[in-house]
Design a protein around this ligand. Structure first.
Ligand code: HEC
Ligand code: HEC
Ligand code: HEC
Length: 374
């Protein structure tokens, strides 16, 4: 069991990251302290305070490895027969990623205890640390030297989703919280160490992030199938519901199909479609009209929640992704007219086992009456 999990988690990370870090495996990690001098990113001014923001405010610097020493982690670890979660790849891949860096790739200032560090997101620094400060160095030069191009929403989504969506059935069963990736909201929740204009359009980030989440979940299902793992039926139905719900959301939002032909069970096909969709949306020039179109289309789905041929758990998963979508699309429009109605929708979507599709449909109609007109 544990071997299967490890190999597919590892593959998940490779899949998510592979398109942007072809040669990473050979570059050394220099450690956050290499970025921290006061004339670089360790200063106090707005343009140079990245190290301070990350080390003091960003939960990525301290909390992920600390979590592995909590009572809850101990319990999860015991169930999985893991002796030491702080040293086991099944946990450290996400909570203490520098743990997995081989000894020969550890630079002078490298410290495992850094948590999710600068180089976990920006890429190992060996090949760009010196050159990236040069004035004549372009975005393309940096990317070619292995610095991850996080300004691209697609690349950014791939970076975050590697740790924020897919957890194995075994971990979930052992009590790990279910993860749900949403690029825009989670980027806003992260204490910013970058300037606002580099954030990209929120609605576009939301859409790219959801497509990347769909790709990862579809991929996970192909792995479960190909390993022929006898995962508990519940876990798989759960994952299926989440995949179908997200496919539904994306096609409702954009009028594009995310089901390969008529083959609902072709998850490799779905994975490819979702990836192509994410790239396309990331490269597109986004407009306010596109944000509003997504919002209006999604607000218009009350009748879907009255469809009694859909199983209740799938209705609940659709509602879960839908309220997150409304939250981000309204934020992108800076629209607060429907805050009360949205709160009501969040409340109704909260409990998956007790979800009531008809009550949700009624609340959705009230919400739609306010937001669709403009
Ligand atoms: C190497 C893995 C990794 C990467 C890459 C990563 N994160 Fe995280 N992140 C974590 C872990 C692990 C936690 C959970 C911390 C804890 O509670 O132990 C976390 C926590 C968070 C939280 C707080 C979650 C909460 O519910 O309080 C946010 C928000 C977040 N990350 C956003 C992002 C964004 C945005 C990106 C991409 C720019 C990103 N993360 C990239 C591993 C990662
Ligand atoms: C795929 C990446 C990933 C792996 C692998 C992973 N975690 Fe997590 N874990 C996360 C993220 C992300 C969060 C934050 C969830 C949130 O806040 O929404 C989290 C949250 C947690 C929490 C809850 C923290 C809290 O809020 O109290 C615990 C406990 C935990 N993880 C322990 C573990 C243990 C133990 C392992 C190994 C058996 C492990 N994790 C493996 C990504 C991961
Ligand atoms: C969780 C992922 C993550 C971590 C950890 C992280 N960054 Fe970033 N960083 C980003 C994202 C996303 C951006 C915005 C996109 C961009 O500008 O490339 C960014 C932007 C930046 C920028 C550009 C700022 C601007 O406005 O021009 C600098 C400089 C930077 N990071 C340095 C660091 C340093 C130094 C560390 C560690 C102390 C660090 N980052 C840790 C994700 C991360």
């Amino acid at each position: 069991m544990s071997k299967t999990f490890c190999s597919y988690l590892f593959a998940a990370l490779l899949l998510a990251i592979a398109p942007v870090r072809a040669d990473d495996s050979l570059a050394k990690y220099w450690g956050a302290n290499s970025c921290a001098s006061s004339s670089c990113h360790g200063g106090g001014g707005m343009k140079q305070n990245q190290f301070l923001t990350w080390s003091i405010k960003d939960f990525h610097s301290q909390r992920p490895p600390a979590t592995l020493t909590s009572a809850r982690s101990k319990q999860i670890a015991e169930t999985l027969e893991i002796n030491e979660p702080t040293a086991d790849a099944r946990c450290t891949t996400c909570h203490a990623p520098l743990h997995g860096v081989p000894a020969n790739l550890r630079g002078e200032h490298f410290k495992i205890s850094e948590g999710v560090s600068c180089e976990s997101c920006h890429g190992p620094a060996e090949k760009w640390l010196r050159s990236h400060t040069r004035k004549d160095y372009t975005r393309a030069d940096r990317t070619a030297a292995g610095m991850r191009d996080l300004q691209s929403l697609y690349v950014r989504a791939n970076t975050c989703v590697a740790c924020h969506q897919v957890v194995s059935p075994a971990l979930l069963k052992a009590g790990h919280p279910e993860l749900i990736f949403e690029l825009d909201g989670q980027s806003c929740a992260e204490p910013k160490h970058w300037s606002a204009e580099k954030n990209g359009n929120g609605a576009q980030a939301w859409l790219v992030g959801q497509a990347v989440a769909l790709r990862e979940m579809s991929w996970q299902l192909t792995q479960i199938h190909s390993a022929n793992e006898l995962s508990p039926r519940m876990t798989e139905t759960n994952l299926l519901d989440r995949i179908y719900a997200l496919s539904w959301l994306l096609s409702k939002a954009t009028d594009q199909q995310l089901t390969p032909g008529t083959m609902a069970e072709d998850f490799e096909g779905r994975q490819r479609l979702a990836d192509a969709f994410a790239r396309e949306k990331s490269d597109s020039v986004w407009s306010n009209q596109m944000t509003h179109d997504c919002l209006a289309r999604l607000a218009d789905v009350a009748s879907d929640f009255r469809d009694e041929n859909i199983r209740p758990s799938l209705h609940a998963r659709r509602a879960e992704r839908l309220v997150l979508a409304f939250d981000r699309l309204l934020a992108a429009e800076n629209n607060h007219q429907a805050d009360a109605e949205l709160n009501q929708l969040f409340k109704l979507a909260q409990s998956i086992p007790d979800f009531e599709p008809k009550a949700f449909a009624a609340a959705l109609q009230k919400f739609a009456a306010i937001v669709s007109v403009k």
